[in-house]
Every structure is written in C-alpha cells, then in structure tokens.
Design a protein around this ligand. Sequence first.
Ligand SMILES: [Zn+2]
Length: 544
Amino acid sequence: MKRVSLFIICLSIILTLWAVPVCGDTVPLFFNDTLMDLNPPAVRHFGEVYVEAQSFLSLLGISAEYQDSKVEYSEANSRLYLSIGSDKLVFGDKVHRLWLEPLYLKDHIYISIRDLAKILDFSIFHKDHFLSLTSPYMGAPQKDLLPRYWIEAVYTGGKIYGNEIIDFTNDRNQGMRDIFLALPAAAVNRESKMKIHNVLVNGLPAVYEAKETYLMIDLPFVLEPFDSCRVEISFDTTVPEGAERLGRSGKISILTCWYPVIPLKRIVPAHVSYGEPYSFKAAKYDLEFTVDVGLQVMTGLDRLESLQDGTKTIHRFKSEGPIRDLSLVVGSFDIKKVEVEGVSLVYAFKDYDEEVITHGAGALKLFQKWWGEYPYTSLTLVDVPLKDYQGMEYGGLLLLSTINRPSAFVIAHEVSHQWWYGLVGNNQDEEAWIDEGLANYSAILYFEELMGKKQYDYFIKSYKKRSQGNSEPIKKAIVEFETETDYSINAYIRGALFWHDVRKKIGKGDLLNFLAYIQKLYRHGAVTTEEIKFLLKNFYPYKF
Ligand SMILES: [Zn+2]
C-alpha cells in the first residue's frame, strides 16, 4: 500500500520542475555482479547517484510505505524511518545523519547511494554510468540473464552424441574475454569421458581448451555486461557400464552431468567419490533426444512429442521456466501418476513401492505450502539401480535407488531438494551444507508434521550426538574433507542443526517465513553462507 500526502505532492511538483533536467541520466545498477533493474531507475544529481527508496529497499526485503509527512519502511525487525525535511534517518536502533538531502521527484523519494551504502553496509564502485555495489546480500538474477540451451542428442551404443547451442549473456559487471563451461561427466564417473569436437561463437570457429572436466572458450571480442553471444558445441559423452549417476546397467541408463554446462562459479569440477562436485546456473532448455524404439525417456522437462523414425524414436522436451539442470533416465518402466495440487507426480518403476507415492505426494504438498509454489508441471521419481546412494536430486527429476532402497525420510529429503538445490541453488562444491542441511531439516519438519514434536526432538537429539565435538567452520569445500563421514556430518547433520538453532532463537513460524523469503528472493538464483547470515542479522538484529 502506498499513500502520498498533499504535502509531498506539492513539494514533488516544485522539486520535479527544478530537478528533472539535472537528473536526466539513468544509471545501470549492479549488485554483486547481478544487474538490478530499479523502477524507477537510479538518477544522477550534481554528480551523485540517487536511488528511489522504495524500489531499492525492496531489494533488501524491506517494504516501504509513504505516510503523511514521513517515510516509514518496515519488515520483520528491520525498520527504516525518514522524516521529510530532516537530515536524520533511523534504521534499526541507530540514528544516521544523512550526508546529502533526499530528493523528491515525481512522488518518489530518492536517497543518495552513498548514504545508503554507509547505513546498509555495502561498498560502491562507480564508473561513468555503471554503478556496482558489493555486499553480503545478493538478489536473484533476472530470468532473462540466465542461459538458454537448445540440445540435440542421440544416445546409442553407450555414447551420447550431442550438439548444443547456448545463448549466453554476460551478467557480470565487467567485460568477458572467455567463457568457462563445466564438463562434469568425469567428475561424477571417472570412467566417463567427454570429448569436444567443435566450438563456434556467433557462427565462427572459436579457439578453446578442453580439459577433462572443463572447457575454456576464448572470445574473439570483449563481451560487455548484458551483451549476449551464441555458443555452439558438438561433443560426445561416454556412458560407462555401472550403477552410477552417469552409467548404464541392464536396460536402464542414468544420464546426468552429460553435457557442457554453465556453472555457478568458475570452479573446475573435482573427482570426489561422494557429494556433488558441481553447481549449475539455472537455464531454459529445449531438448531433442533420440533413442532406440521402445525405450522411454524420463526427465524433469515438459514432454512435447515423440516421433518414430525407423528403429529410433525422437523425443522432444522443453522447460517453460528456468530449471537447474537437464538430467534423463532411459529405460522401460511402468508409470503411475497422481495429481498433487496442480503438479503431476510421476512415478516410474519396475516394482511398485507405495511409500514413494505416499511420501512423494505428502512432501510435495507440504513443501509447496511452506517454501512456495513448485513451478513445473511435473515431478518425476524414477526407480534406478544406483550403487552408492539411496536417492539423488536433479531439476524436476529424482532418482531412487533399487539397490539401497530409500526410507520415507530420504524420499522427503529428495523432494525438498527441488527447492534447496533446484529453485534456490548454492555452490555445492564449497557450501554443500546449504542444500543438504536444508533438505535434511525439511525432512525433519515433514516428520514433525506427520508424527509430532517428539519425533522432531528425537532427530535433533541424535543429530547432536553424531556431531558432538565437531566445531570446524560449516562452510568447507568438498575436496577438503578427509572422509565421507566428515563431509556427511558437516553438510547433512550440522547443516540441519544450524536451522534448529535458528528456530530456537526466532520460533518455528518465523523460521518458516524466513526460509520462504529466501525462496522468493533467490528463486532460480543461488544463495551463499554469507547472505544467509547477513539476512538473519538484518531481519533479527538482536538475535544474530
Ligand atoms: Zn541431499
């Protein structure tokens, strides 16, 4: 709601007449490398940059309301208060003296970015028309800055032959001279090899370096911020025999991490025998995937059509919205579908397991209520031979092992990964505690909902016992753990206990609201340890 007093309107008219010609320039604004569209845009006035208070503060999750002769912003325990005509601004429990007087333009109130930087604690880099801000806080990237893939691939004889086009946009605040792609196949299965045959940039052959787990493409130009280019890569990926995340056993093939992909960060995927040594940017996908006639292709994307062509079938898929990755299972299955609040829960199996439907549907329903809408038309759960895991999460697709049968807890854990990994990503190479901790904590909450607080307390007690004596930093790179047990205790157990500690301080209701807020703010983007801690401090200044 927004109310504007007569006083502000009069003042606005006077100041608008005076100020608009001076403030004509708008300024592109970056926040931690991410372009933020402020509406109305930031303006310059006598060499200073001002941002419209309401739209800028909304980036921090602080809603704004203009009142009689004052401006008041509040959300949770964050509160920003400004009286018109005064040079003082109150934020939280502190009073700040503004260095520059606010501007009142066209019914909006603009505060100088220098003042806000001081008050809200971020640093500024300002050059010509570019203004970049760095703080522990970062918002979700805009959808149209995310990559877009068109992939055509044929899977035959234990190999995928692919051709992919990526429309890539520079979402950083600096020009780029090269593009880094992950080749994650060998990181998840040492036996697998990804071979790059050809790379084009904007239709012309490009210079590139292909290593075992990454591909570096030299750009023959500087790709400026917001500019896009088209990259075309032809490649093949071997799918070794074995019950692996990229492997084939019998008639079932698990095809994950199989194509060159834009990672969240420039990190070379490492070989580890546990965890997820990769993190991808969410993207939109179009896929044409050809397999032998009679085989089904299960994926998290929307199915468009299947066309038979001799002994092959061409399956076409699309993702309407951004999705974290494109993973597939090829084989033949029986299918059961149930509708869960507008989402089609698809279960592909050989031996039907009622638990999958019961807890898949139960968790999907509960997590939609708590963490926000599941934006895809279907969630597919597939029974697969998977040696070292009970379950694995991918965009719109969950793998459930037939070798290590997942418990109800694991099913709920994997479903919650659709929010914590899928919709809100994180750097799994270095901060696995975020998605694994939240997936485990979500599963604990699911069981609390089913069986009561006693069950919750039971989990917490046993987690505390298992992590006793461990006080190392929770943020730790996957390659730095000495054993898989150390990794599991840190990511799964201590990651969940982190949220139990938050709940002790702010209560269950606020905890659920806070996590729903993270989902909203970072949807299709990625969140970091520093941002979570920053937001907790910002929302609950007296408790963290
Ligand atoms: Zn997990």
